[in-house]
Write a protein that binds this ligand. Structure first.
Ligand code: DGJ
Length: 362
């Protein structure tokens, strides 16, 4: 009997504490007692359990380059995360698109119910080219945790003009015969080779259609682009959002048939005010609604930058805002800021909380 108790005791022994709250900005340890390493991340809900994918950073300034790959964690309750290892690994060959030392940012995984595949999209910068490549990459897996097989990277929608709602005046359309300003000029410059694609997210609508939303045109303008039914390519249908206003870090969600997007301005790793948008159709128009954050620190998104919005478990119509507090000098020490989204009248509000849990969602 004594022996059995001893064994049980050993079985339960773990380096990690059990979390029952979110503690924005604090160290957040995984099941091995290590600070979670999944920055610029997103979460996919598969039959009520959660997989968190993000950039695996290393210590020091090199840490913002892809030395390892995309890290995956698993959770049943969103508080406690099990390390599932590297889902997409960098390749030890400098000629690979996803070579060690390239830049892989903001990976987002979605599940395709038709193909039964997990599809990962990410922002990719080729090795040694700084942020000049501005490509998107895609990888696929049979299991949520991977391993993911890299398929391709490119700039989307080469040769394609934006989609416009019926009745859009000609003066509002981009005209590459005569671009009206430098932003339209960037669009026209990139028309033959495909549009730049940096900060990004992927959103799957209720009808199973998926959309890739990314900072394009030298980060001046967001593009929202339809993906093919297998989620592995772009169809060529897309819109430009908030033209010339430098939106980064997009995260989409939908409530009661209305589409919402939270994003940020464009100030490198430094925080800036968040911004949000609303639309009654995915194809827009998307209306700029201002800063959703309120209270002290609201003008800097409480030190963070949006990365994803997650539907709250078991609470339809309630959402969790996920942001990164970057540490560019020691990237691995970046922190996670998760906060509840409040719906007040026709607005959303995000307020700081030192500590909170899912009981805030009534
Ligand atoms: C801000 C972006 O949101 C990040 O993902 C990253 O690309 C940094 N800029 C790089 O400065």
């Amino acid at each position: 009997m004594g022996l059995i108790i001893m064994f049980v005791g050993f079985g339960l022994q773990t380096n990690a504490q059990t979390y029952t709250d979110f503690n924005p900005g604090q160290i957040w340890k995984d099941d091995k007692g290590v600070h979670i390493n999944a920055h610029g991340g997103g979460i996919v809900n598969v039959k009520g359990v959660y997989y968190w994918f993000g950039e695996h950073k290393v210590a020091g300034e090199l840490g913002n380059t892809a030395q390892v790959g995309v890290h995956c964690y698993f959770s049943k309750d969103l508080y406690n995360w099990k390390d599932e290892g590297i889902a997409l690994a960098v390749v030890n060959d400098p000629s690979s698109d996803i070579a060690k030392g390239s830049i892989i940012e903001r990976p987002k995984v979605v599940y395709n119910k038709k193909t039964k595949k997990f599809v990962m999209w990410f922002h990719l910068e080729l090795l040694g080219k700084g942020y000049a490549a501005a490509r998107t990459g895609v990888a696929v897996a049979d299991k949520a945790t991977g391993p993911y097989t890299f398929i391709k990277s490119y700039r989307p929608n080469a040769g394609k003009q934006p989609f416009y709602a019926v009745g859009t005046p000609e003066t509002e359309k981009v005209n590459c015969e005569q671009p009206k300003d430098k932003v339209d000029g960037f669009f026209c410059r990139d028309l033959p080779g495909g549009q730049m694609a940096r900060d990004m997210t992927v959103f799957v609508d209720d009808d199973g259609k998926a959309y890739h939303v990314f900072s394009s045109e030298e980060n001046f303008t967001l593009h929202l682009a339809e993906l093919t039914p297998d989620y592995l390519s772009h169809t060529g249908k897309f819109i430009r959002i908030y033209v010339g206003q430098q939106t980064e870090a997009p995260a989409l969600f939908k409530k009661d048939g209305v589409y919402y997007m939270v994003g940020s301005g464009c100030t490198g790793w430094a925080p800036n005010p968040a911004r949000w948008f609303k639309a009654s159709s995915i194809w827009g128009p998307w209306t700029f609604m201002g800063n959703p954050c309120e209270g002290e620190g609201a003008n800097k998104t409480f030190g963070g930058q949006s990365t994803h919005v997650l539907p709250a478990p078991g609470k339809p119509g309630q959402f969790i805002f996920m942001a990164d507090k970057w540490e560019p000098k020691d990237a691995i020490d970046g922190r996670y800021l998760w906060l509840p989204i409040h719906f007040e009248g026709d607005k959303i509000k995000i307020r700081w909380m030192d500590k909170w849990n899912l009981s805030v969602f009534k």
